[in-house]
Design a protein around this ligand. Structure first.
Ligand SMILES: [Zn+2]
Length: 119
């Protein structure tokens, strides 16, 4: 179980590594890894869930990755930000394996989805 205090410690660790990176550039890679782990920890409990009402209102869709089997709200996908002022957007990617542009999930296959945390 990941508690709020665990998140706080991971955040502190990330900050510490970024400060150390000022003297040792290798530490920047470690800090970025911790940052990604924190992001994934936040997304894990919201993955493999149908859309809630708020997500439906915000026009999110249910995305499914055919590479690693992850599925969940499109709001959990990485990427998708605007590219400067071009009016274009970066591709969305799977939050687990990074596959570009996961498809919309067609049907929820069963009531007891297999949790698939391969990475
Ligand atoms: Zn994936």
């Amino acid at each position: 179980m990941i508690t709020d205090n665990d998140y706080k410690i991971a955040e502190d660790l990330e900050g510490l590594l970024y400060r150390m990176a000022l003297d040792d550039p290798d530490k920047a890679i470690m800090a970025e890894t911790v940052a990604r782990m924190r992001e994934n920890l936040k997304k894990a409990p919201r993955s493999y869930q149908p859309l809630n009402d708020e997500e439906k209102e915000n026009n999110y869709f249910l995305a499914e990755c055919d590479n690693c089997g992850w599925w969940g709200s499109s709001g959990l996908l990485d990427g998708g930000g605007a590219i400067a002022d071009t009016g274009d957007h970066f591709d969305c990617t799977c939050p687990v394996c990074g596959k570009v542009d996961p498809d919309e999930k067609s049907v929820i296959k069963n009531d007891h989805p297999t949790h698939n945390y391969r990475s």
